[in-house]
Design a protein around this ligand. Structure first.
Ligand SMILES: Cc1cc2nc3c(=O)[nH]c(=O)nc-3n(C[C@H](O)[C@H](O)[C@H](O)COP(=O)(O)OP(=O)(O)OC[C@H]3O[C@@H](n4cnc5c(N)ncnc54)[C@H](O)[C@@H]3O)c2cc1C
Length: 347
């Protein structure tokens, strides 16, 4: 009996567990290790902050899902991976042995700005929600889709919000709609202003200018989990695990990786939950094939992904390739997709 270890309960592993609940995986013992038995879904996090959802509505009960998928749930955080001994070490001290391991542990935010320890990173979400409380004056560093969404959600909840952006990260047509939405909602958007340092206070420094806030939130780009970058696997220049289209590590075929923590060597694509879900569909098939010692199938990268970005109130912006749209109807569409995703794990 092969031992398959799923590290992290990211989107791809949720897809795997949902499939195992319907059709069990014979010939292998599956375990899932993740820090939170109930975890927050990123797509609904801005809606939680804006007050559209309760905490219960945005959490996936991973432990219950694992049980229904005939998998063992281990609550813990992996702090080291030893590919030679095929073991993962946990923060509590124990080790988990595996024959195959699948990594879907997401990413962290970039904390390279000096004084980042004065700020609250948006990831892990569970820590962010616990620590946020109700600050009045908030600064966000990083205006990608997540930073803009969070800025508008916090503004909707009544805070004064300043959003710093060092460089444009969104495609022009989408950026125009997002900037206009930020301005309409009264977010103090500062394009081209990089946060150079964060001092105690917290005080944000942008060049020679200083401004004090009650909270500084980091919504900066994705950074690899440090223990993964240290595991000795082939990695890209940022430390994300390089994988073939089968999602196998290019250096260690018994290790698979999906979602934000992986980079497809042949076809790198942006890091977002939508891609992780697609990885999950291939991962599920490949874990079954591995258990039967069969050749694996390949992920076919999709050229574009649907982006739905909520704007604080029940209003959202959509982007699909070069097409963009916005309105209350987009929010209802997003709400329907997000609620459907959540429901699919509880049935
Ligand atoms: C505010 C916000 C809104 C977003 N909205 C969207 C959206 O609408 N659509 C979209 O496509 N993307 C969205 N994203 C991006 C998206 O969150 C990430 O790209 C996505 O979550 C990555 O998914 P994943 O499957 O790689 O891992 P994640 O979903 O991040 O899950 C990682 C899992 O690994 C676990 N884990 C972490 N460390 C360890 C460890 N050491 N050991 C064991 N387990 C661990 C975590 O607890 C979690 O279970 C948003 C991001 C933010 C910040």
């Amino acid at each position: 009996m092969k031992r398959i270890l799923l590290v992290g309960a990211g989107h791809a592993h949720l897809v795997v567990l949902r499939a195992l609940k319907r059709t069990p995986l014979y010939g292998a013992r599956v375990s899932v290790v993740s820090p939170y038995p109930k975890q927050i879904y990123s797509g609904m996090l801005p809606g939680l902050i804006a007050g559209h959802y309760t905490l219960d509505e945005v959490q996936v009960d991973v432990a219950a899902l694992a049980e229904r998928a005939y998998a063992d749930f281990v609550q813990g955080r992996v702090v080291a991976l030893d590919p030679e001994r095929r073991r993962a070490r946990l923060d509590a001290g124990g080790e988990l042995a595996y024959d195959y391991v699948s990594l879907n542990a997401g990413s962290l935010v970039d904390v390279s700005t000096p004084g980042s320890e004065q700020a609250l990173p948006i990831k892990p979400f569970e820590n962010f929600v616990r620590e946020l409380r109700s600050p009045r004056r908030i600064a966000l560093a990083g205006a990608g889709a997540a930073g803009a969404e969070m800025a508008m959600a916090l503004r909707h909840a009544g805070a004064q919000v300043t959003l710093y952006s060092d460089k444009p990260t969104l495609p022009p047509a989408l950026a125009r709609r997002v900037v206009s939405a930020l301005r309409r909602r009264g977010v103090d958007f500062r394009p081209g202003m990089a946060v150079s340092e964060i001092d105690p206070g917290p005080v944000v420094l942008t060049g020679s200018a200083r401004q004090e806030f009650d909270r500084v939130i980091l919504t900066t780009g994705a950074r690899a989990l440090p223990w993964l970058a240290r595991a000795g696997l082939a990695a890209d220049e940022r430390g994300f695990v390089l994988v073939h289209r089968t999602l196998q590590s290019v250096s260690h075929p018994e290790i698979l990786a999906a979602g934000d923590c992986a980079t497809l060597r042949d076809a790198p694509h942006p890091k977002s939950g939508v891609y992780s879900v697609r990885h999950g569909e291939v991962l599920e098939r490949n874990l079954r094939l591995l258990a039967q010692a069969q050749p694996l199938v390949e992920y076919q990268p999709q050229p574009r992904a649907l982006l739905l970005l909520s704007c604080g109130g029940r209003y959202a912006i959509a982007q699909w390739g070069g097409w963009t749209a916005e309105g209350r109807w987009v929010w209802w569409w997003k709400n329907r997709i997000d609620r459907g995703w959540m429901r699919s794990f509880s049935r």
